[in-house]
Design a protein around this ligand. Structure first.
Ligand code: DAH
Length: 341
C-alpha cells in the first residue's frame, strides 16, 4: 500500500506539470484530490486496516495529500502569473497617455446660496417648511388679507390656470398659512424657501420666475425687537459683521407694522454706486409683525399670540456676492454662466 501511495504521488505530480489552463486544473483536482480519488479512498478506509499497518499508511497518506495540495497551490499561482503576463502583453496600456478628464457637476449658484441660508437659519432655530408652487387664490391673497379687489393685487399679478381660483404663487407668503395651520397652537420658527411667479416685464433685475425665502416666527410674547435682532443677525452672518442694516417703514397687507430691511451696499460700502442706485443701501427683505387677521386665519388667537414674518430674495444675495448684473442668467441653463461657480 505504501508503494501505491508513492506511485499516486509520482503520477499526480507528473500530470500536474503538463497543465496549462484552469479547466484541466479543475479536472486534476477532482481526479487526484476529490472524494473518490484513490488517495482519498485510502485515507477514508484507514479504519479497515490492521493496527500495525494503520500508523505508517496514515502518515504517508497525509504526506502525499499535503504534497499534492502544495503543488496545486503553486500551480494556481503560476497559471495566474502567466495569465497576467499574457494580458499585459496583449492589451498593452500606454500609461504615459494623458487621462481624459471627467466633467464634474456642481451646484447651481442659487442652490449654493439657499444652502447657506438653510445653515444659518437652522443655527438660529428655524427649520425648513416646504409648500407648494401652485396655489389657490384663497391662500395666495385672501387669507393674507388681500381681498378680491384690493389694489395691492396689482403688485402681485401672476399666471392663472384654466381652473378658476388656481394660480402660480406670487410669493412664499401663502406658506405662512399652511405652516400655521399645520402647527397651531404650537410655537413656530420656520423658513419657507421656493419658486415664485409673476406677470412682469422681464428686465435685468426682474424675471417672471424667481426664488424667495419666507420666514415666520409665531408664539406668545414675540415682539418687534425679536424680529429686528433676528434679521440683523442673519444679515451679519450672511454678509459679514462689518455691514450695517437699517429698517424703513413700508406697507404689506399681511403685516402690521410693516417694514423693509436694507443692508449697506456690499458693492461700494455705502458710498453710492450704480448697484445701489447711489443711495448706499440695498433692499434685502420685506418684513413685519404678522397681521392679526393673518394670525386668525392660521388658527392663532391674536390676543394671545403674536409673530413676525419676512420675505427675502436669495437670488439678490447671490448677485451681490458674485457681482452678477443680470437676473436673467439664473434659469437660462447657459454653461458659460453656470461653470463660473
Ligand atoms: N411677500 C412679500 C413680497 O413678495 C414679501 C414679504 C414682505 C413677506 C413682508 C413677508 C413680510 O413675510 O412680512 O413682496
Amino acid at each position: 500500500m505504501l508503494d501505491q501511495l508513492n506511485s499516486i504521488e509520482k503520477e499526480a505530480l507528473a500530470s500536474l506539470e503538463n497543465i496549462v489552463d484552469q479547466a484541466a486544473l479543475d479536472a486534476w483536482r477532482v481526479t487526484h484530490l476529490g472524494k473518490k480519488s484513490p488517495l482519498m479512498t485510502i485515507l477514508g478506509d484507514l479504519g479497515k486496516l490492521s493496527k500495525e499497518e494503520r500508523p505508517a499508511i496514515g502518515k504517508r497518506g497525509n504526506e502525499v495529500k499535503r504534497a499534492l495540495e502544495a503543488a496545486l497551490e503553486a500551480k494556481i499561482e503560476t497559471l495566474h502569473r502567466a495569465e497576467m503576463e499574457r494580458s499585459l502583453k496583449e492589451n498593452a496600456l500606454d500609461v504615459t497617455l494623458p487621462g481624459r478628464p471627467r466633467p464634474r457637476g456642481r451646484l447651481h449658484p442659487s442652490t449654493q446660496t439657499l444652502r447657506e441660508f438653510y445653515a444659518i437659519w437652522a443655527e438660529m432655530g428655524f427649520q425648513v417648511f416646504r409648500s407648494r408652487d401652485v396655489e389657490s387664490d384663497e391662500y395666495n391673497f385672501e387669507l393674507l388679507n388681500i381681498p378680491q379687489h384690493h389694489p395691492a393685487r396689482d403688485m402681485w399679478d401672476t399666471f392663472y390656470t384654466t381652473t378658476p381660483g388656481v394660480l402660480l404663487r406670487t410669493h412664499t407668503s401663502p406658506g405662512q398659512i399652511h405652516a400655521m395651520r399645520a402647527y397651531c397652537p404650537n410655537p413656530i420658527r420656520v423658513i419657507l424657501p421656493g419658486m415664485c411667479y409673476r406677470y412682469e416685464q422681464i428686465t435685468a433685475s426682474k424675471d417672471i420666475q424667481f426664488q424667495q425665502v419666507e420666514g415666520l416666527a409665531v408664539g406668545k410674547h414675540v415682539r418687534m425687537t425679536d424680529m429686528l435682532e433676528t434679521m440683523s443677525e442673519f444679515a451679519r452672518r450672511i454678509f459679514g459683521a462689518e455691514y450695517t442694516v437699517r429698517f424703513r417703514a413700508s406697507h404689506f397687507p399681511f403685516t402690521e407694522p410693516s417694514m423693509e430691511m436694507d443692508v449697506e451696499c456690499v458693492n461700494c460700502g455705502g458710498k453710492g454706486c450704480s448697484v445701489c442706485k447711489h443711495t448706499g443701501w440695498l433692499e434685502i427683505a420685506g418684513a413685519g409683525m404678522v397681521h392679526p387677521v393673518v394670525l386668525k386665519n392660521g388658527g392663532y388667537d391674536p390676543r394671545v399670540y403674536s409673530g413676525f414674518a419676512f420675505g427675502m430674495g436669495p437670488q439678490r444675495v447671490t448677485m451681490l456676492k458674485h457681482g452678477i448684473t443680470d437676473i436673467r442668467y439664473f434659469w437660462q441653463n447657459d454653461l458659460r454662466f453656470l461653470e463660473q461657480f
